[in-house]
Design a protein around this ligand. Structure first.
Ligand code: RIB
Length: 281
């Protein structure tokens, strides 16, 4: 079985639904509340696991949260290693409006250090793909990339949230997966797949645009990018072409967008394939 490693944050995500987002200084009233374990890396790990690849996740957490987080990851098919820290676990507040759009604010809390990534080396070494994002400190991603490079493991970087990185670091990335607002600093790279929300994605290498699936109703766009990244990484680990990986990742993201929240809404490989079969007649 193919294997991917994912490094990222995991922590409580609180979802509040509002009619519309407030203006600066305005108080809005939420019509519903929901809490679940989230974080970009954690969601991506789940998306890849539901696609059927072996997934090893590394994150940091407040010591007393480790058992709870590990149990949830295990239930979702992810082998997770949480490094205990004396700081509260990451925390996110996600507001979604009636159009399914979202605003996300993340508190990093307990964070990984370089030494934690060093202790994860054997997992990276035995992976087909290492999936990184920018919710972890830059020093952590640099260490992870160094280990991957030394062991010939390809790295996919989801540069979310956007941040400035050295050319030396960027040069070693196999594929970048920014959204339209995260492409700054990547102008000179061809190995970029830009996610375009309801417009699908764009493969810069060959200038190909892959349209998104049309949905009858958009319920919640939160986590669509994470779903895309996890499935993309899984498909590439399985040896699929970039095009085929993007198509499946697009379908996975579209299915997710038709459902509320993230954890239970990320589709399985079977659901994605069934959807594609239906579409192709
Ligand atoms: O991409 C969505 C994720 O970003 C949420 O799960 C939230 O935790 C934030 O990290």
């Amino acid at each position: 079985m193919s294997k991917i490693s994912v490094i990222g944050i995991a922590g409580e995500s609180v979802f509040l639904s509002v009619e519309r987002f407030g203006k600066t200084g305005e108080t809005t009233v939420a019509t519903s509340y929901h809490s679940e374990l989230g974080g970009k890396g954690f969601n991506q790990a789940i998306a890849a696991a539901r696609f059927g690849v072996d997934v090893s996740f590394l994150g940091a957490a407040y010591i007393e949260d480790i058992k709870h987080f590990t149990d949830i990851a295990e239930r979702c098919g992810v082998t997770a290693r949480f490094v205990g820290k004396c700081k509260r676990s990451p925390y996110a507040v996600i507001t979604t409006d009636k159009n399914g759009d979202n605003q996300v604010c993340v508190y990093g809390g307990a964070q990984l250090e370089e030494k934690d990534v060093e202790a994860f080396e054997s997992e990276i070494r035995s992976s087909d793909i290492l999936l990184l994002n920018n919710e972890t400190p830059y020093s952590v991603n640099k260490k992870a990339l160094e280990i991957a490079k030394a062991n010939g493991v390809r790295v996919i970087l989801n540069p979310a949230p956007a941040r400035k990185c050295d050319k030396e670091f960027l040069d070693d990335i196999f594929i970048f997966t920014p959204n339209e607002h995260e492409t700054e600093g990547l102008e000179e790279y061809r190995n970029v797949i830009v996610t375009l929300g309801d417009k699908g994605c764009f493969i810069r290498e060959n200038g190909e645009h892959i349209s998104a699936e049309k949905l009858s109703s958009v319920v919640d766009t939160t986590g669509a990018g994470d779903t895309f990244n996890g499935i993309l990484a899984a498909c590439i680990a399985n040896g699929e072409s970039i095009r085929s990986a993007c198509e499946k990742a697009n379908v996975g993201a579209a299915i997710k967008v038709g459902r509320q929240y993230i954890l239970e809404s990320i589709p399985s490989r079977e659901e994605i394939e069934k959807f594609m079969e239906g579409r192709n007649g």
